[in-house]
Design a protein around this ligand. Sequence first.
Ligand code: ASP
Ligand code: MG
Length: 410
Amino acid sequence: MSLIVMKFGGSSVADTDKIKFVAKKIIAKKKEGNKIVVVVSAPGNTTDDLLTMVTKITSRPQLREMDVLLATGEMVSIALLSIAIDAMGEKVISMTGPQAGIFADMTYTQARVKSIDSRKIKKQILDDKIVVIAGFQAFNSKRDITTLGRGGSDLTAVVLAATLNADLCEIYSDVDGVYTADPRVVTDAKKIAYVSYDEMLEMAGSGAQILQTRSVEIAKKFNIEVHSKNTFNESKGTVITSKEKIRRSNMETPLVSGVTFSKDNVKFTIVDLPDTPGLAAKIFSRLANINVNVDIIQSVIVNKKNNISFTVDKQDTEKTDLELNKISHEFKSASIVYDDCVAKVSIIGIGMKSNPSIAAKMFEILNNEGINIEIISTSEIKISCIINRLDMLKAVKALHKGFGFSVDNR
Ligand code: ASP
Ligand code: MG
């Protein structure tokens, strides 16, 4: 008998027909002889809709009250799903995050799980019940309800799988799994059968929105194998696991696993800084002090003048601009150039680590399309290029084709 955590995303519980469908699916898994813990997100776009309602009232809501509001979405899901399972004759109990014993720190809207008192869940499992738990929510030491950041139901599923020592953690959504590229953009994108935690983390950071990043970090930390599957079909999905396991279970790992893109960045360049030591330290520590997340950095020295370009999250544009203007005043000659028509395209793969020709191939593919590369950044398993946003889709398609994702060979 296995203990399985099944998590269903918002689109899987968007209406009552879907809820009934999901209820049947859960019961079928139970009848195979498994113990089942279910985690659900809020129905459809509920969370977004709630957020929009707030913006119509104020731009500065109390974060504590935001959490009270946002937590209601998942409560609708657990209640309706439990009602459906019960109506089909199966033993079931719903639990909010606090009832399930999920205890978090004092941060509102971005709370971090600190511990789980799983006694209540375990008791219900022993009672042979399906336990349906609200994702995305917890309680803190003030007994306030809090939420775990957008996409936080994935995190709930993974931390529960770790705490309960589950045999399997399944994350169901309306996509078949992780693809070699976003299938909405690249029509012949292939589903990947196995992907390592590190690749998944890079993919999340590079724009692929399959699993919440923090949930992948926790899965990696506790070595929880996560299966990403489609609620509405029986296809095999993608297994997110350790690279050791992928190496053991596969003949050969492709050099490149996927192509990703993101257009959430803007580029700043500080032109004509003096070429003196300590400048980069100064600039980036000041940006860090105001919580600006700097992504890719390039520093070029020409004729004893230093030009530093870097990208930041689009939402940090204003803060960054203000701070850079202050900095440029301190160095009279320097000026700031801002560019919001940029995008990042990346190739990712644990197989590229010891293969320098991959980078050259990427640049060649982009060059053949006449695409100019503005900044390059590399890590052990990723190469990213900042390019003009207008070239983004062309770049993604060309890279996908150029790296030959015609067969799913893993
Ligand atoms: N309902 C929350 C959100 O939309 C949590 C989740 O879906 O995982 O972010
Ligand atoms: Mg979601």
